[in-house]
Structures are given as structure tokens and as C-alpha cells.
Write a protein that binds this ligand. Structure first.
Ligand code: URA
Length: 212
């Protein structure tokens, strides 16, 4: 996707003060009616600059399979485009390694105009929010994932107003569908059945004619 250079450069500048690395723009069909929004890249994604190519990516493909989707036919992006990390102790020479962490609000705002631009450009009807960070960024909703997963929220989305320094609402509405982040099952394998039933619900809602 062609993204104006100033939007990219300003996003990179705004995130510079924070402990992040790499930069991933997004991938897929920018004419798709479905956009998938993750949280932030992990280690593999940050190195290669491609979304969801690590362990979570394999899990995402399983979810897409259940939905009958092809990853090339949707547009995949995320709330923050650089990998947020923290140092943790490790059994290696330096005694430490980088671990993933959730992006903080300042990092989310730093990259918000990029996601806002991509949403306007793709102009999808459906936006799948992978996990609580994406759902809250898009809707302001702070519900627990287990309470909303697979529901459809017909709503405007939040956009960052750079000049005003605050969130505002998009003009149009979208069907926002929260799903568990694909990595969630690694921490909590018990949710596998819930994931599958939420995907079936989404597949039924979208119906044959809107399958991508
Ligand atoms: N999690 C995300 O949100 N995006 C990726 O690309 C990988 C993991």
C-alpha cells in the first residue's frame, strides 16, 4: 500500500523514545472488504517487516482456515508497527534477552495516524480486532475479550486527532468483530474451544457471499 512518506516518517519519529524495534507496514489485499488488526509485531515480524509470520502467524492461519479466508485476500495490519520489548534475564552470554510486551498508550498514539490512514484507504466493511489492545484502540471498549469475542459491533472507530491531541470518531461505521489474539491460546490452551465457536459464529454471520 502506498502510504504518504510524511505519515510514515512522523510515526517513526513519534515512537523513537520508546523501547521498540523494527517497522511493519501491513500486507494483503488493500481492496478487501475485511481488515484484520493485530496488536504489534513480534520478534520475527520486526526482523522481516512482514506481519504474522511467527508462531502467532501459524495460529492466525488456522483461524482463517476455519473462517474460509485466505490471508492474501484480506488486509492485515496492527495497532503499533514496531515490536515493543523489555529486557528479561536469560541464560546466555549477556545474561539478558528481549521479551515482547504490550504496547503502551503513548506508543499506540504514536502509530495511530498510520492505522487511521490504512482504515480510510482500505475502507473495509468488516474490521476484525485481534485481542483486547486492538479492540480498545478501535472502539474505546474495555470489555474482557471473553465477554465480546465473536460479537459484531456496528460502530464508528476512534481516530487520533493530531492537532487536538485527542481521540475523535470516524464518520462512517464499520462492523467491528473482536476475536482472541492468536497468541492467546499459547498462554491459555483452554480457550481453544471458545476460539473455535467464536469463529463459527463469525463465519455464519458473514455468510457465504461475503467470504473472502
Ligand atoms: N502479533 C501481532 O499483532 N502482529 C504480528 O505481526 C505478530 C504478532
Amino acid at each position: 500500500m502506498e502510504i504518504p512518506e510524511n505519515i510514515i516518517n512522523e510515526a517513526k519519529q513519534r515512537i523513537e523514545p520508546y523501547a521498540v524495534e523494527g517497522f511493519v507496514l501491513g500486507k494483503g489485499d488493500q481492496n478487501s472488504d475485511i481488515m484484520v488488526v493485530g496488536e504489534a509485531p513480534g520478534e520475527n515480524e520486526a526482523v522481516k517487516g512482514v506481519p504474522f509470520i511467527g508462531r502467532a502467524g501459524k495460529e492466525l492461519d488456522k483461524q482463517f482456515n476455519l473462517l474460509g479466508w485466505d490471508r492474501e485476500k484480506v488486509y492485515i495490519t496492527s495497532v503499533v508497527r514496531s515490536r515493543p520489548y523489555r529486557w528479561v534475564e536469560a541464560n546466555n552470554e549477556s545474561g539478558q534477552r528481549k521479551a515482547n510486551r504490550k504496547p503502551n498508550q503513548k506508543e499506540i498514539i504514536a502509530h495511530a495516524p498510520l492505522l487511521d490512514y490504512q482504515i480510510r484507504k482500505v475502507d473495509p466493511s468488516v474490521i476484525v480486532a485481534l485481542g483486547g489492545v486492538a479492540f480498545k484502540r478501535l472502539t474505546g471498549g474495555e470489555q474482557r475479550m471473553s465477554d465480546v469475542v465473536g460479537e459484531v459491533f456496528e460502530t464508528r472507530v476512534l481516530c487520533w486527532d493530531i492537532e487536538g491531541g485527542q481521540w475523535s470518531e470516524s464518520e462512517r461505521t464499520y462492523e467491528i468483530i473482536p476475536l482472541y489474539h492468536p497468541a492467546a491460546v499459547f498462554y491459555n490452551p483452554k480457550i481453544r474451544a471458545e476460539i473455535e465457536s467464536s469463529l463459527e459464529k463469525v463465519r455464519d454471520y458473514l455468510g457465504q457471499n461475503r467470504k473472502k
